[in-house]
Write a protein that binds this ligand. Sequence first.
Ligand SMILES: Nc1ncnc2c1ncn2[C@@H]1O[C@H](COP(=O)(O)OP(=O)(O)OP(=O)(O)O)[C@@H](O)[C@H]1O
Ligand code: SF4
Ligand SMILES: [Mg+2]
Length: 341
Amino acid sequence: MTAPASPTKVRGETVLAVDNLVKHFPISQGVLFKKQTGAVRAVDGVSFELRRGETLGVVGESGCGKSTLARLLMRLETPTSGRATLEGKDLFKASGSELRRLRRNMQMVMQDPYTSLNPRMTVGDIIGEPFEIHPEAAPKGSKRQRVRELLDVVGLNPEHINRYPHQFSGGQRQRIGIARALALRPEIIVCDEPVSALDVSIQAQVINLLEQLQDEFGLSYIFIAHDLSVVRHISDRVAVMYLGKIVEIGTEDEIYERATHPYTQALLSAVPVPDPEARDDQAMIRLTGDVPSPADPPSGCRFRTRCWKAQDVCATQEPHAVLRAADPHPSACHFAEVRTR
Ligand SMILES: Nc1ncnc2c1ncn2[C@@H]1O[C@H](COP(=O)(O)OP(=O)(O)OP(=O)(O)O)[C@@H](O)[C@H]1O
Ligand code: SF4
Ligand SMILES: [Mg+2]
């Protein structure tokens, strides 16, 4: 299998730019005459850039908008507002052949390898399905051969092309999902909790495969996960989301060693540390209270109802993720600072 288009482009160039992306799901009431009474602010002003060949991890508690962000980028949801630029084109305005081309360039790997594969289709048909929509990607007569190559690339036996999903283990099924995502040779793969449903030992194998494929094909990943250790292992940069917003974004080192946002610090303090000395150094921060409803987020800083550093200004002024002289990476907190113990 050959590398995707534009292999000569420099690593580090922006491949996807997301600008102030918003998705509000309307809340309606009434049986006959539905009236909108509010909105779930699932994604509420998200901006970031994805660079060629990098993995951008996205973390945050359940319901903070990670999957909605992924679905917006895949155009499975329509944004309320905002822009995303892929290959210099506005992803949300594209239509017809331009949209088909952009779609080809960005693929997705889902969380659950049990439900994301059609049980009545053979793996050959599942992996080859994208070629039905994009026949130009597999010249006539070459489809079966391309599917065999893809099975080989993801570490499965090409002879198993006629088997059904239930004849594979969970890890193998996730490999089938990855092969399908690779079929059209995209530059970007959005992975939404790709290993969360797998056993820990199998998780490592799938993560290694994703890393190996990234090197081989120059892929850029958006990698969504709950598990902060897994995200640290695979990510070059990490975005931390809370109630529809990115509250802190930086390199893996900046986030894991020098986080300045209280929410990031709280998430990290809950990660088990194997080294007892390091564990004693870092007292655990216990977050109190539930995550507020995204239909009615707190004024000012959305984290203020659970933040131990909150002051009056946090209720009246929304902090923006800007670069400050003291902090080398953006953090949306009025009192952003590295935790000292
Ligand atoms: N189609 C929808 N209609 C209404 N609300 C929705 C819809 N999809 C998601 N939401 C709401 O948007 C918010 C964000 O959901 P989302 O699935 O993006 O979170 P998540 O970060 O992926 O969570 P998890 O970690 O549990 O997967 C949640 O409050 C969810 O209930
Ligand atoms: S702005 Fe205030 S409430 Fe928000 S994270 Fe910073 S200190 Fe906490
Ligand atoms: Mg999700």
